[in-house]
Structure formats: structure tokens, C-alpha cells
Write a protein that binds this ligand. Structure first.
Ligand code: NAD
Ligand code: LMR
Length: 328
């Protein structure tokens, strides 16, 4: 029988595609540990269809008889849904379709994060941590954090872990090794095609990835665009945006934030590290600590890396300008 105090995990968009691939893994202990009981607080929009679907998902969660799942609570009101939540996973929002860029979603999705940021700040637990998945996730995260008066803004993080996982998989495939042989691959900047998947510090079997792969042109001209445009490639192939791999990345994002010592890529508020503008949420390597994380600032960037970081920073600054009326 579990003895730990349950952790309350609030999830928005819980009846959506990512929600369906996510909730069962949280409830089975893959995110917070096999000895950590959880209470799921599932939030959907008040419309009949999503609320009905949410009830169906809750029925299936019941039917799994997960030993760690202590309660499932369903909400159509974020103020109630985020009450006392320790983790707030902001998935609910519109996905892009073929031919769209994630930034095209800003005007529609951005406003969701004003209300949710406020509801979290007013209702979530004092130790609440927030992970934003809904796109464009870096800037939506900035919008939500701008509503915070009680919670520190650096508790609001956005997910670039799917990009880190994609980058590791591409390097492993090219080198013909297991993905576990790839390390030190981190994502800088925006969750968009401008992101910089830093192959210059990546390692394969402990050696520099560039040396092992021995093909700089491939790294610059194939690897980077493949990782940057992978989301669009999935939409083109599947007809809808990535869901299982996104849910998997969110499990990794939260698990690693909750595990002191792990270094992983997370979009966090910049205070100027790596040349990012102050106040934008940029992907960077962070080291998780007992109470949060610290940004790893020790990587020396060459001119190529600096030029890539400048491009993705410009895009983040541009997105911030676009939403300036939404910032609290
Ligand atoms: P989906 O359309 O299948 O599900 C979204 C759900 O969110 C729907 O059930 C909808 O009713 C709900 N929703 C909408 N507004 C809401 C609100 N204000 N409060 C609560 N729920 C709300 O979409 P999906 O495939 O699950 O994707 C969700 C988001 O995640 C999209 O914005 C997508 O682009 C993004 N995404 C991000 C990444 C990433 O790496 N950051 C990866 C994949 C998808
Ligand atoms: C992804 O990277 O797969 C998601 O952000 C969905 C998208 O729109 O690309």
C-alpha cells in the first residue's frame, strides 16, 4: 500500500489526444515514481462533447485499477481544477494543422494562458510547478507566468523535451548506435524550426558527436532541419500532430525536473544566459535541484552556435512583441 502523501496533478486538455496518451502513464507511476500516489485533477472546456469524452477517459482510468491513483476529479472551471495542484500540466489548446507554423496559433491559444496563469497563481499549491505543452509553448508559458503574483515565475516551464528526444534519436540512427549512447544533446531557444539542437557539445559513446559522425554538412544541413521540422513531418504523415511522443516527452520533462542532478533541456525564463533576451522563455540545459533547477551556463558556444541562437532568440522576441497586450 502506498504511504506517501499523494501529489495532485492537474492536466488541461485532458480529453484530447495528448491527454489520452499521458494520463495512464501518470497514473501508473511513470512520471513521479512507482511509490508516489497521485490525484488527477482533469480540466476540459465546458462544452458537452469534451466533458462527455472526459468522463469516458475517467471511466477507463477507473478500469485500470491503478494502485497509485487515489482519486480522479473532473472540472470545467480552471479555478477549481488547479486547486492545491502540485503540478499543473497545460496541454489544452488548439494544435496546428498542415501548412501552419506553431506561431500561427498565438492569437487563438495565447488568451487561454492568461486565464490559466491567473487561476494557477490564485489556487495551486505553494510548491506548484507548471509545464506548458500547448503551442506555441514558449510564449504561452511566458503569458501564463506574466499573471503570477504569488508563485515565482521560474516555476513556469515550457516543453522542449520532445525536441531533445528527437535529436538524440536522429544522432543515434546516423551513428548506428543505441539512443542510450547519446548524451549532452540539448535544445536552445524556441520550440519551432528555429530551435538549435546543439550537436557541437553532444556526445556519442562519450566522444564528441561531430567526431563520431564525421560529417559536418549532415549535422548542419540535415540533422538540424530534420529535428526542427519534425513536428510538421509528423502532421504531414499522421494527419494530426504528435501525441504519444509529446506525452512521453512531458513524462520525461516532469520526471527529470523532479529528480535532482539530472541535466535536461527545458524552456525557462532567460536572464541573459547564452545571449537570450531577458524575460523570454528559451530552451536551455538545466540541472534539477531539490527545490527547482539551475541553468547550466558552462557550455562555450562557437560562432555557428551563436548565430543559430541569435536567430531563435529573435523569433522569441518577435513572439513576445506579438502578444504584448496579453502580458499581465
Ligand atoms: P487535441 O485537440 O487533441 O486536444 C486538445 C484538448 O484541449 C481538447 O480536448 C480541447 O477541448 C482542450 N482544450 C482547449 N482549450 C482548453 C482550455 N482552455 N482548457 C482546457 N482544455 C482545453 O490536441 P493535442 O494533440 O492534445 O495537442 C494539444 C496542444 O499540444 C496543441 O497546442 C499542440 O500543438 C501542442 N503540442 C505541443 C508539443 C510540444 O512539444 N510542445 C507537442 C505536441 C503537441
Ligand atoms: C510537435 O513538435 O510535434 C508539436 O509541437 C506539434 C506541432 O505542431 O508541431
Amino acid at each position: 500500500m502506498p504511504t506517501k502523501t499523494p501529489v495532485r496533478v492537474a492536466v488541461t486538455g485532458a480529453a484530447g489526444n495528448i491527454g489520452y496518451a499521458l494520463l495512464f502513464r501518470i497514473a501508473s507511476g511513470e512520471m513521479l515514481g512507482k511509490d508516489q500516489p497521485v490525484i488527477l485533477q482533469l480540466i476540459e472546456i465546458p462544452a458537452e462533447g469534451p466533458q462527455k469524452a472526459l468522463k469516458g477517459v475517467a471511466m477507463e482510468l477507473d478500469d485500470c485499477a491503478f494502485p497509485l491513483l487515489q482519486d480522479i476529479q473532473l472540472f470545467d472551471d480552471p479555478a477549481k481544477g488547479f486547486k492545491d495542484a502540485n503540478w499543473c500540466l497545460l496541454v489544452g489548446s488548439k494544435p496546428r494543422g498542415p501548412g501552419m507554423e506553431r506561431a500561427d496559433l498565438l492569437k487563438d491559444n495565447g488568451k487561454i494562458f492568461i486565464a490559466q496563469g491567473k487561476a494557477i497563481d490564485e489556487n495551486a499549491a505553494d510548491d506548484a510547478r507548471i509545464a506548458v505543452v500547448g503551442n506555441p509553448c514558449n510564449t504561452n508559458c511566458m503569458i501564463a507566468a506574466s499573471q503570477a503574483r504569488r508563485l515565482p515565475k521560474d516555476r513556469f516551464t515550457a516543453m522542449v523535451r520532445l525536441d531533445q528526444n528527437r535529436a538524440a534519436a536522429q544522432l543515434a540512427k546516423k551513428a548506428g548506435v543505441a539512443v542510450t549512447d547519446v548524451s549532452d544533446i540539448y535544445i536552445y531557444g524556441n520550440h519551432s524550426p528555429t530551435m538549435f539542437a546543439d550537436f557541437t557539445h553532444a556526445k556519442i559513446g562519450g566522444k564528441p558527436a561531430a567526431e563520431v559522425i564525421g560529417d559536418e554538412a549532415w549535422l548542419k544541413n540535415e540533422f538540424l532541419p530534420t529535428v526542427g521540422k519534425r513536428g510538421a513531418a509528423i502532421i504531414e504523415a499522421r494527419g494530426q500532430s504528435s501525441a504519444a511522443s509529446a506525452a512521453n516527452a512531458l513524462i520525461d520533462h516532469v520526471r527529470d525536473l523532479a529528480t535532482p542532478g539530472v541535466v535536461h533541456a527545458v524552456a525557462v525564463p532567460s536572464t541573459g544566459q547564452y545571449g537570450f533576451a531577458e524575460g523570454v522563455w528559451a530552451g536551455m540545459p538545466v540541472r534539477s535541484t531539490a527545490s527547482g533547477y539551475e541553468i547550466v551556463t558552462s557550455y562555450e558556444m562557437d560562432d555557428f552556435a551563436k548565430s543559430k541562437i541569435a536567430i531563435t532568440n529573435d523569433e522569441l522576441v518577435g513572439e513576445r512583441d506579438t502578444v504584448k497586450e496579453m502580458l499581465g
